[in-house]
Design a protein around this ligand. Structure first.
Ligand code: ZN
Length: 318
């Protein structure tokens, strides 16, 4: 009996040791896995932050090595800010090519979470790999629009022919190149002073895709002339080289206006289908507004849209 008891206490000591080991191992893993989860979440946040930091450069022309380098440098800078080590150009993947332009960037970030207690069971590190994709999206709403626009069909014609120096407003009685005239951006009567103000500074309210707006009547020649002169004069870029022109321009120059792309619902009403950036150029005629369509990116708008007329914002898409 005595021997048996002794044997049993020996057995229970082994069981206790086994159970203790199991509990310790489980706790060790639980603690380290918990730490790895936190680290994984931080890594995802870093990937998101880096991706968002380069969203404003999209889309990027496939052949624009200068802009590609700007994106790579910006990503690298944000990686440092987010304490990501081992961040290389290979961690930045350009994708979703549309019309020769990359419209997305995927950022991958890897981190090694060093274990503490799990080392006792031979697990020294947990590898974490996270990625985030930012994509250019056409804007669905905008503030700062000018009270001018063209139909979607006219815009598509211009883009498909690659035409620059387009005239988007012509004098009364010369509207056979498609409608070109003023649109009232709010629920006022859209008098000439208001139209001129919006043309100079942009409308302070928000316009959005699907919004119906009345067409302003009359030629408003002096409003057009004064506002065009004013905007052209504000450019202080490329001094001595004609300022911002289609060959060289700064995207946030006052010469870049956001015009409406719309369809007519009746002869006096248009419905907005999108917004396009238009680089204003001098025109020989007072009641014409001439310029070229460009592409630009604005940091923030409430809404996005499917139809692409050259003004983009960006969103995390993965
Ligand atoms: Zn300029």
């Amino acid at each position: 009996m005595k021997r048996l008891l002794k044997n049993e206490s020996g057995a229970s000591a082994i069981i206790v040791a086994l159970v203790m080991t199991l509990i310790l191992t489980a706790s060790a893993l639980a603690l380290d896995i918990g730490a790895a989860y936190v680290e994984a979440s931080n890594t995802q946040n870093a990937a998101d932050a880096i991706a968002l930091s380069v969203g404003r450069y999209l889309p990027v022309d496939e052949n624009d090595s200068l802009k590609i380098n700007i994106v790579l440098n910006a990503a690298s800078e944000y990686a440092q800010k987010n304490e990501v080590e081992n961040f290389y150009p290979e961690n930045v993947i350009f994708g979703d090519v549309k019309d020769g332009k990359f419209t997305s960037v995927t950022i991958s970030v890897s981190k090694t979470s060093e274990t503490r207690l799990a080392k006792i069971i031979g697990v020294d590190n947990i590898e974490i790999l996270k990625s985030a994709t930012v994509s250019a999206r056409p804007v669905g709403s905008i503030t700062g629009a000018v009270p001018l626009g063209i139909t979607e069909e006219a815009y598509n014609n211009v883009i498909s022919t690659g035409e620059d120096h387009v005239i988007i407003k012509v004098g009364g009685g010369d509207g056979d190149t498609g409608f070109y005239g003023f649109v009232v951006l709010d629920d006022s009567n859209g008098n000439a002073a208001l139209l001129e103000k919006w043309l100079k500074y942009g409308y302070e309210g928000e316009n959005y895709v699907g919004q119906s707006l009345p067409v302003a009547t009359g030629n408003k020649t002096s409003a057009a002339r004064d506002a065009v002169e004013y905007r052209l004069s504000l450019c202080n870029h490329y001094v001595g080289y004609g300022g911002c022109i289609i060959d060289h321009y700064v995207e946030d120059c006052p010469r870049v206006m956001y015009i409406l792309i719309y369809s007519f619902t009746d002869s006096r009403t248009v419905q907005i289908v999108g917004f396009a950036p238009f680089l204003l150029e001098g025109s020989p005629s007072d009641d014409e507004i001439q310029g070229s369509f460009i592409y630009t990116n604005i940091s923030y708008t409430d809404r996005i849209s499917e139809k692409d007329f050259g003004i983009y914002t960006y969103r995390l898409t993965k």
